[in-house]
Ligand binder design. Structure first.
Ligand SMILES: *Cc1c(COP(=O)(O)O)cnc(C)c1O
Length: 348
């Protein structure tokens, strides 16, 4: 017997390859001769790591970063010549899996360096230049890494999205002292926002993430191009009289006789609850405001002004990450990585 057909999805993410590629190319241009890599952790910031890797590899991105070893197998096989690195380094219990995978660790502690040293394989390493998160202490880095083949020596900025913050220059100067003493194939400091801080922060290699996927500002100060657009299907339309309420806590009360569309999209899909009452959908160019609370699997929109809509139709749900962030009080990072698995991700 053939397996039953898969149920069709009721919500979609329409993903724009051209926007993704243009965002990466903007970063690559901004850093001139430095290698422009891509951070594709958390499933490519929720949009799809494998799809991102394939598209960016095709336009010249050679080097990709994930956070965990678990993120490596879904990216295989790697296209020819592509390097994949794991930002959290490697622990003893991860070592057998790590040795069997075509990726290398960014070692973050002296214990990790000692562990990896026994393998004789090349590595990358992270120096903590002032974020106090992950990485080797600047003073210990030369000794800890002595004799290791370090392909890339990294550090990471804590405040890059605040160009005036004094920690940016303090971290740059701290890392410069380390790079003067510690041999490595390349040195890297900048994430997306770090690239905008200028050439002094570019060094040999940059690691943009959010800006590839539609969040944050590009080096020229424009907002990143939106890569993912949402659509959700109308499950039910209903007419609500003036004074009638919609959804949990009766948070929306109709001020006029209203037509309400309930769509298959909720906070379980990453459509943040903070968008309740402040977001909107669009139907054939008509703006339809959110009606009441976003619930786990459903959201409602006032479609009174789009009378041609029928049950089963799709609504466009704007979700450009920075607008959704300011409406919901969350960050574009949180919103993107929370995009759920029930979406059909359709790349064009
Ligand atoms: C996530 C991450 C990046 C990418 O940062 P964005 O702000 O998304 O550009 C770069 N470097 C490291 C070490 C990271 O963890």
């Amino acid at each position: 017997m053939s397996p039953p057909p898969p149920p069709p999805p009721q919500a979609r993410l329409l993903l724009d390859s051209a926007a993704l590629i243009a965002n990466w190319q903007d970063f690559a241009r901004a850093v001139g001769g430095a290698a422009c890599c891509a951070a594709i952790k958390a499933d490519g910031y929720g949009l799809g790591a494998r799809e991102t890797l394939v598209r960016l590899a095709a336009v010249g991105c050679r080097h990709f970063y994930v956070a965990h070893w678990q993120e490596v197998p879904p990216l295989l096989p790697l296209p020819d010549g592509i390097i994949l690195s794991v930002l959290h380094g490697v622990t003893a219990d991860e070592l057998p899996a790590a040795l069997a995978l075509p990726a290398r660790p960014v070692l973050v502690t002296a214990a990790q360096v000692a562990l990896w040293r026994q393998t004789g394989r090349p590595c990358e390493a992270m120096v903590d230049s002032g974020m106090n998160r992950l990485g080797l202490a600047p003073a210990e880095t030369a000794d800890v890494l002595a004799g290791m083949e370090v392909a890339v020596l990294h550090s990471h900025l804590a405040c890059a999205d605040d160009p005036a913050h004094p920690l940016n220059e303090a971290q740059r100067a701290c890392f410069a002292e380390v790079t003067a003493r510690v041999p490595a194939g390349a040195f890297a400091l900048a994430n997306s926002a770090g690239i905008a801080l200028g050439p002094a922060f570019h060094l040999d290699l940059v690691r943009p993430g959010i800006g590839l996927f539609g969040g944050g500002l590009m080096p020229d100060g424009r907002v990143s191009r939106t890569v993912g657009r949402m659509q959700a299907r109308i499950i039910q339309l209903r007419d609500v009289p003036a004074g009638g309420s919609v959804g949990y806590a009766a948070a929306f009360v109709a001020s006029r006789p209203s037509r309400i569309a309930t769509v298959a999209l909720g906070y379980a899909d990453g459509y943040a609850r903070g968008l309740s009452g402040v977001a909107w959908a669009s139907a054939a160019g008509v703006r339809c405001s959110a009606a009441g609370r976003v619930s786990m699997d459903l959201a409602a929109f006032d479609v009174t002004d789009a009378p041609a809509l029928a049950e089963g139709d799709w609504l466009d749900i704007p979700f450009d990450p920075e607008t959704a962030a300011s409406l919901s009080g969350r960050t574009s990072y949180e919103l993107l990585v929370a995009l759920g698995q029930r979406f059909e991700r359709v790349w064009a």
